[in-house]
Design a protein around this ligand. Structure first.
Ligand SMILES: NC(=O)CC[C@H](N)C(=O)O
Length: 255
């Protein structure tokens, strides 16, 4: 028997779509369908208005400065509805450019500050004199273990919340604090692209549990066979981030 329908909104996929962020939607959808849920994916393009009361999970991907400035304006227009849904527990997965827009402002390399949604106590500043933060990244999260992926951002982010995790390899929020991403309410903010969820199934399930809870459904998810995903993670880490390999082994032992 099919279980109840969950609705996932992909906000502005026509503007925020760097590094195959769409793959994250495919993972969320399939991992729910494999557990017997019906899933509705709503693509909200820049000419449409989001209806936050309909969604159980919202994804915001990454984008260039130009696209981010357009999206910031769109988001500010619906900020009160978005903010109240998030305060009520609406889960949000926000990646790189989308993550930066959750804060007070995102500063462009010209110095101009693009106002964000103000959903979280966070600012992102430009460092035109310093290199972009680019490369493979691994993060240790108490909630989901090792998160692996790729980052590419000029902005340096500081916030007053819990980070998603601790940088094991790479740069993270600002390249110096050792912090990566943000956790607050049911918000998952991160600089990890790659796409994020195909490489990190434990993180995908953690986000889905928030969505199920928000939809007043049981939060238990039957385990799936993630052998291929785990092998890909191990291969990726041993090829590109040898220093992280012991951490991945620790994680495997803990599970
Ligand atoms: N990868 C991205 O989403 C880029 C975000 C932003 N434009 C920056 O460079 O900081």
């Amino acid at each position: 028997m099919r279980r109840k329908a969950l609705c996932i909104a992909h906000l502005y996929p026509d503007l925020l779509n760097l590094y195959a962020d769409r793959g994250n939607i495919a993972v969320l959808q399939r991992r729910l369908e494999w557990r017997g849920y019906e899933v509705e994916v709503v693509r909200v393009t820049h000419s449409e208005t989001p209806q936050f009361s309909r969604y159980h999970l919202v994804l915001l991907g990454g984008g260039s400065d130009r696209e981010q400035a357009i999206v910031a304006e769109k988001l500010r227009a619906c900020a009160p509805e978005f903010r109240s849904a998030v305060q009520d527990g609406l889960p949000v997965l926000a990646i790189c450019g989308g993550y930066q827009l959750l804060g007070e402002y995102y500063q462009l390399p010209s110095g101009e500050k693009v106002p964000g949604l103000g959903l979280v106590d966070m600012v992102t500043e430009a460092r035109p004199d310093a290199p972009r933060l680019i490369g493979n990244i691994a993060v240790w999260s108490e909630e989901v273990g090792v998160i692996v992926g790729f980052e590419n951002h000029g902005g340096r982010t500081r916030h007053g919340h819990r980070p998603l995790g601790r940088v094991l390899h790479g740069h993270g929020n600002d390249g110096v604090s050792g912090q990566e991403g943000l956790r607050h309410l049911n918000i998952w903010g991160t600089y990890v692209h790659g796409p994020l969820l195909p490489k990190n199934p434990a993180l995908a399930d953690a986000v889905l549990r928030d969505a199920l809870g928000y939809a007043h459904l049981p939060e238990q998810l039957e385990p799936l066979n993630d052998r291929l995903e785990q092998e890909a993670r191990t291969a990726f880490v041993s090829l590109r981030m040898e220093d992280v390999a012991p951490m991945l082994r620790t994680e495997a032992e803990l599970r």
